[in-house]
Design a protein around this ligand. Sequence first.
Ligand code: KIV
Length: 275
Amino acid sequence: MSVQDEIKRLTAPDILARKHGEPIVSLTSYHAHTARLVDKYCDIILVGDSLGMVMHGFETTIPVTLDMMILQAHAVMRGSRRALVVIDMPFGSYEQSKEQAFASCARAMKETGCGAVKLEGGRRMAETIAFLVERGVPVMGHVGLTPQSINTLGSFRAQGRDEADWAPIEADAKAVADAGAFSIVLEAIAEPLGRKITKEVAIPTIGIGASAACDGQILVLEDMLGLSPRVPKFVRRYGELGPGIEAAISSYASDVRSRAFPGPEHVYPMRKKGG
Ligand code: KIV
């Protein structure tokens, strides 16, 4: 690679410096081929534990393991060159203690070369976030609707719809920022609350069903492409790829069944003897 071709990957401090700057564009990706496309337009690629629901068909993100996250993060790192790649720490890999969190994050970073991790939780995770950051692990926080808490929340409902419920979510966001996180995902919270937290914290807020006033936005790629079976109400669909993919598979199946499938003679015709 020549010096001109060299592309420097964005880092967690680059993202932190974007507070009050150009909005931060983020999407999820779990594969090398989608990472290649997403990398052209996004500042952050999140290898989200949503892969459990989107790729593997689980009902929740709870069954996702660290091994699954590391495998897909390898693929995303190979497919991307410029975006900051962030790995979601899956349920059970970081909550037990700060030491458990450091061991899991260090493994993820060493094995994949990703630039940061994301973990869910506000005040209850603040001590762990500070511990990780002090030891060289850039952390993205995640508050509001935290899907790994589905079994205590009871549903994937939006949070903070009554003003009376705002205070704990604000306190969570502030605790994450004060602990040294470089950014924070605000998921499925009322618009004025997203706007308020964005004003209050010194780190970039990345909204998903939060507020257009956030410092950046993230969506699950398959949700916005119309490929996920169930999509949260707040997601704007930028494509409807499902029917196009199905039409292509159906044409292929009928070509094979009617023996209209092109053989290799078009690509590598038989050589004549002695030719
Ligand atoms: O797992 C995921 O994809 C996420 C985003 C929805 C923020 O956490």
